[in-house]
Design a binder for this molecule. Structure first.
Ligand code: FES
Length: 145
């Protein structure tokens, strides 16, 4: 086993309560497994997730961050998920300019009925970040996400 195999990414997921968070509950009810690397923060709508939240997560040592909102056209606040998508894109651009892999920050859309998709996203994101390795801005101290 190499040192890379020992790396357990710390990932933060901002999940809309109407879709992704509910899909996570469904995944649990369906007894689907997904990596424990993902820590979930429930938000009332992804439109409430600001660029500063995403950047702060990276600054505080998250190896990856994603925003999971309702399907496009189904946001309960009309365009919250579209705003979130733009903010994620802007943060990815900033990271790239700073020499940090933009793949560390991502946006997904799903419905509350997509329990398997929720588990798949968490798994895929964990694999992506594991492949990238620890965040270059990760602090040496253990963090509390
Ligand atoms: Fe779910 Fe806006 S209510 S993303």
């Amino acid at each position: 086993m190499t040192a890379d195999n020992l790396f357990e990414p710390q990932i933060l997921a901002f999940c809309c309560k109407y879709c992704a968070y509910a899909a996570g509950d469904l995944a649990g009810s369906m007894r689907l497994t997904y990596p424990a690397n993902v820590k979930i923060i429930q938000v009332p709508c992804t439109g409430r997730v600001d660029m500063s939240h995403l950047l702060k997560a990276i600054e505080n040592g998250a190896d990856g961050v994603y925003v999971a909102g309702c399907l496009e056209g189904e946001c309960h606040f009309l365009e919250g998920n579209l705003k979130a998508r733009k903010r994620v894109a802007a943060v990815r651009k900033l990271l790239a300019e700073a020499g940090i892999e933009p793949e560390r920050v991502q946006m997904f859309n799903l419905s509350s009925a997509m329990g398997p998709r929720f588990a798949e996203i968490a798994t895929d994101m964990t694999e992506t970040i594991r492949r990238l390795g620890p965040s270059p801005v990760r602090r040496r101290d253990p963090i509390a996400l």
